[in-house]
Design a protein around this ligand. Structure first.
Ligand code: ARG
Ligand code: GLU
Length: 721
């Protein structure tokens, strides 16, 4: 009785953090139970069953995982697929050459025979999902050592998925949810003949480039168009000229009605990874220890890229993709750390942990299960700090030197050829692979850039990593070169065979075990192997143990939080499975006295136009359409072309390409980014600042129809006027 009383008192007194509108990435099969009511209150006019159903066709039949990292959606009864330009970038680039530069000029198939196959590209469609927690946790006991537990789970998973795959003929996988407290099984269909249908020129698809990346207001036409093909029976198949367009069970209608501030929207797609339930010490490690170091290392590289790119257009092209990928995470980390500081994220987590510790004390069972968690976390994360930094320095600083990273790719060949009985077939395969790698590497390699990067990064490495955390080669710089990084770098670039295409070709063309000495004594190879060994011997094992321990603590902590906050609706962290997130179209106030409205227009593109700055060049044809106000059906009520809009849907990486849907389930946008001030939403969502950024479908249709003259694609879609 007493216990019960105290318990209910706690429930009344605890300042539960209410879930904020917009927060959460929800499991489609649980929408009806957990979210439908709220979604309807926010304005939704369709039902949860319309979104996800296993008995009838539903919207989930039009959503795919595009490749391995993005989302795509089907928008016609002939398998037409939309995703982001940055998601299709690799394919567009592969089809591009100097004569047919689709990256620069765009590409539009004017009929199906012109659509371009992309071997290796797949899209994955969810057929159904099931909860399988009990089956996966069969035979697991609470006091099982972590390794034994994992082994048992692996065994149960394999048994279950093997049977399910055999019975269904589908691709089956199981994923943990709520940090291993629940498990779900997914039945997928994988399509393998995916053809490129269209892409706008880069100065539309990437307009604003890295300057505008992660930022609102935004004017990027970040979309590309593909089509799914299947065999004559309608089954997924590898590319074949006789394959036919896929007839989907559902495709999204496109709405020309647009969005207004306050409108309900939802996003349906594949968010990759979030960490909403980390303890304060983990958040500290990420945002105050690791992010700042990685930001400074990447910032150093980007500065050097910029100097050379500004001076030489050839270098700018060579380093464009590298620059984009280094800059993307760099900018994200800056935003994340800043955002959490502003939110007092660590303080909030600390408070929650104090509450948790006090709450656990009210019940002996809770006390036993939960009281040790936070102190154990604190100890682990404290120890993890130096290893995390050591590994950051290897990956970002040491292997940020291109020639070091390149040389390391020769390690498998070196190991195989050094064996007592080398496998000749394997060796020729490795050589073949390295030939291709080397072709790609040298196409985009400018040695002076790398040499300057090496000087700058090695100085950082030496000054920032303490003794005991420096791989051998750094100690060599100290001992043999008296700490003179310049002299060491000079020597590496003068002597390494990995800086020259000719010497690498020579090595690969008449490779024999005699060449092993050449590789072994190569200074770039030596440096990268020294980092690899250092990692394997001094970092990896310690990190693995600490991480395994944190994983099991995190599982308990998650369960504990759910036991404590019994009236809170919990959503599982993103794990690259299909989710629904919903919010409202809304602007935000990024700083004192400033308010950003929720949409941008073609006028804004013209304001940003600058023929001298690569990111802001505007196509003549687009200008012409703008000057003539030749907007077809795609303008808003005021006669403007809207380009992008902001909304409070909780999204992350992997949601790129996801459809943004209105209250009727009609498509109004394609998600492609988040605003900088809100990027901490992977760790802590903030309804005041966290905004996803989407291209307005009317801009996309305008570009396809009016700009590219590919109206046949618009005609294929279902348009809601
Ligand atoms: N920030 C977006 C994302 O995380 C877009 C990245 C691609 N664009 C770029 N300018 N690098 O994927
Ligand atoms: N651009 C990201 C992606 O490729 C989406 C932006 C985000 O992280 O929210 O998935």
């Amino acid at each position: 009785m007493m216990k019960k009383l105290i318990f209910s008192l706690w429930i009344v007194l605890l300042p539960f953090r209410l879930l904020l509108a917009g927060e959460g990435m929800w499991i489609p099969m649980l929408l009806q139970q957990l979210n439908e009511k709220e979604m309807k209150e926010m304005g939704m006019r369709i039902s949860a069953e319309d979104i996800y159903s296993i008995n009838n066709s539903s919207m989930k039949d039009a959503i795919v995982l595009f490749g391995r990292g993005c989302t795509g959606e089907i928008v016609s009864d002939q398998g037409l697929l939309l995703t982001n330009h940055h998601c299709g970038f690799g394919q567009i680039q592969k089809h591009s050459s100097v004569e047919n530069d689709y990256l620069t000029n765009g590409f539009w198939a004017m009929n199906k025979s012109e659509e371009l196959p992309n071997p290796g590209l797949t899209v994955t469609m969810l057929v159904k999902m099931e909860e399988v927690t009990n089956l996966i946790l069969e035979g697991i006991t609470a006091d099982m050592p972590e390794a034994q537990r994992s082994a048992k789970i692996r065994e149960n998973t394999k048994k279950l998925t093997d049977t399910a795959a055999k019975e269904s003929g589908l691709d089956v996988m199981v994923r943990p949810f709520y940090h291993g407290n629940e498990y779900y099984m997914f039945y997928n269909r994988i399509f393998k003949d995916i053809r490129l249908v269209g892409a706008p020129p880069s100065n539309i698809g990437k307009f604003g480039g890295d300057t505008d990346n992660w930022m609102w207001p935004r004017h990027t036409g970040d979309f590309s168009v593909f089509r799914i093909y299947v065999d004559k029976e309608g089954k997924p198949s590898e590319y074949h000229p006789d394959n036919v367009p896929y007839k989907p069970a559902y495709h999204f209608p496109m709405s020309l009605k647009g969005v207004d501030e306050g409108d309900f929207t939802f996003v349906f797609g594949y968010p990759a990874r979030t960490n909403q339930y980390l303890p304060s010490k983990a958040m500290h490690l990420i945002t105050e220890v690791s992010n700042p170091e990685r930001v400074s290392i990447r910032g150093t590289r980007l500065e050097i890229f910029k100097q050379y790119s500004n001076a030489d257009p050839k270098v700018r092209i060579q380093y464009a993709a590298k620059d984009a990928s280094v800059a993307n995470a760099w900018k994200k980390m800056i935003g994340e750390s800043k955002g959490l500081k502003r939110l007092n994220g660590i303080e909030k987590k600390n408070k929650l942990e104090e509450e948790f510790m006090q709450w656990a004390k009210i019940d002996p069972a809770f006390d036993k299960a939960y009281s040790g968690i936070i102190p154990a976390f604190n100890k682990n994360y404290e120890q993890l700090e130096k290893f995390t930094l050591a590994s950051d320095y290897i990956n970002e600083c040491g292997l940020g030197i291109e020639v070091f990273a390149f040389a390391l790719r020769f390690k498998p060949l070196f190991d195989e050829a050094g064996k007592e009985k080398p496998d000749d077939k394997k060796i020729s395969e490795l050589i073949e692979g390295l030939r291709k790698l080397s072709e790609d590497f040298f196409k985009d390699y400018h040695q002076p850039v790398d040499q300057d990067v090496a000087k700058a990064l090695l100085k950082l490495y030496l000054s920032k990593q303490p003794e005991g955390f420096r791989p051998d080669f750094l100690e060599t710089i100290n001992a043999k070169y008296k700490g003179n990084v310049e002299a060491y770098v000079q020597m590496v670039f003068a002597r390494s065979l990995f800086v020259s295409k000719e010497s690498v070709n020579k090595l690969l063309n008449d490779f024999s075990p005699k060449k092993l000495r050449l590789i072994e004594r190569d200074p770039a190879f030596m440096a990268s192997v020294s980092m690899r060994n250092f990692f394997e011997q001094n970092i990896q094992l310690q990190m693995r143990d600490l991480t395994a321990s944190n994983d099991s603590l995190q599982r308990l902590y998650m369960r504990g939080l759910m036991d404590m906050q019994t009236n809170k609706r919990f959503y599982p962290d993103a794990n690259f499975t299909l989710r629904v997130t919903y919010g409202k179209v809304e602007g935000y106030a990024p700083a004192d006295a400033v308010y950003y409205q929720h949409f941008t227009t073609l006028e804004g593109i013209m304001e940003k136009e600058n023929p001298d700055i690569y990111d802001y060049v505007v196509e003549d044809r687009l200008k012409e359409l703008y000057l003539n106000k030749d907007y077809g059906d795609y303008a808003d009520k005021e006669g403007r072309i809207r380009v992008a809009f902001a909304a409070s849907n909780h999204t992350t990486g992997g949601n790129s390409g996801s459809p943004v849907l209105n209250a009727d389930g009609h498509m109004v946008g394609i998600n492609f980014d988040r605003c900088w001030e809100g990027t901490m939403s992977d760790l802590m969502y903030d309804s005041a600042m966290s905004r996803n950024i989407s291209i307005d479908v009317r801009y996309l249709l305008f570009i396809i129809d009016k700009f590219a003259g590919a109206k046949h694609l618009v005609d294929e879609m279902t348009i809601i006027r």
